[in-house]
Design a protein around this ligand. Structure first.
Ligand SMILES: C[S@@+](CC[C@H](N)C(=O)[O-])C[C@H]1O[C@@H](n2cnc3c(N)ncnc32)[C@H](O)[C@@H]1O
Length: 236
């Protein structure tokens, strides 16, 4: 489905609620490759302040579970109620490695700019995520990563490099997903919206965006990419 979900919210509201490169740009580019069924039940995993959760409900007609660790569920629930979406978006506070949902509860799991924090090992998909998807359901992930592998971290990138931040190449993620026998990888690609998504984030007053301005100025398009990965749970 093709949609520009940035038209659903004012620019000011987006700048207040995004927590990284424009999650709406990333969401739209990913969902242009996926046919979600009408009224799809979607888990937005690592939803942050819920901007993509609201877009999924308002623009894509989904019923959304908005799950996050750092942002209190009460704050997100208030935001969803203020947006008139309390009946279609439910806020849940949880850890991605201890998800409190019944098996096959979702038609799709969407995760934007969060997956690298908790899913960078071969067991995550089969142990934690796939049981929650119905057979034929989609896993839709957008994450920051590397354009190409390094033998060692480049000196100019080192001040910004945090151990465990799991910025990896697209082929690294693709290989990891291919190890999971219950999932077929439908798409693995570097996203066209990468530069625009970052530029929009760097306009935000968020204190992390201010640090990122310096990092992205140094980076100059040499190291980073935004990876898109879409998988489908096998139906057996
Ligand atoms: C950079 S923010 C992105 C938020 C939002 N998706 C967006 O793009 O604006 C990363 C989010 O991942 C969530 N997160 C990180 N580790 C997590 C974990 N172990 N379980 C659940 N959520 C996690 C954080 O709570 C945070 O809101």
């Amino acid at each position: 489905m093709t949609l520009d979900s940035t038209t659903l919210f004012t620019r000011e509201y987006q700048l207040q609620t995004m927590m990284g490169p424009s999650c709406l740009r990333i969401l739209d580019e990913l969902l242009a490759r996926v046919d979600l069924p009408p009224g799809a039940r979607v888990l937005d995993l690592g939803c942050g302040m819920g901007l993509t959760s609201m877009a999924l409900a308002k623009g894509y007609g989904c019923t959304v579970t908005a799950a996050d660790l750092w942002i209190p569920a009460e704050d997100n629930a208030r935001r969803f109620a203020e947006a008139g979406l309390a009946d279609r978006v439910t806020a849940v506070h949880c850890e991605a490695r201890a998800l409190p949902f019944e098996p096959e509860s979702f038609d799709a799991v969407v995760s934007i700019d969060a997956w690298h924090y908790f899913a960078a090992d071969s067991a995550y998909l089969s142990a934690h995520l796939l049981p929650l998807l119905r057979p034929g359901g989609f896993l839709v992930v957008g994450i920051p990563g590397l354009r190409r592998p390094f033998e060692r971290i480049p000196d100019d990138l080192r001040p910004y490099w945090v151990d465990g931040m799991n910025f990896c190449t697209l082929s690294w993620w693709r290989e990891l997903w291919l190890q999971c026998t219950g999932l077929t990888v439908r798409h693995a690609f570097d996203m066209r919206c990468h530069e625009q998504a970052w530029n929009e984030w760097l306009e935000s007053d968020n204190e992390h965006a201010k640090t990122d301005v310096v990092m992205m100025d140094m980076e100059g398009g040499r190291y980073f990419a935004t990876h898109g990965l879409i998988g489908e749970k096998l139906a057996w």
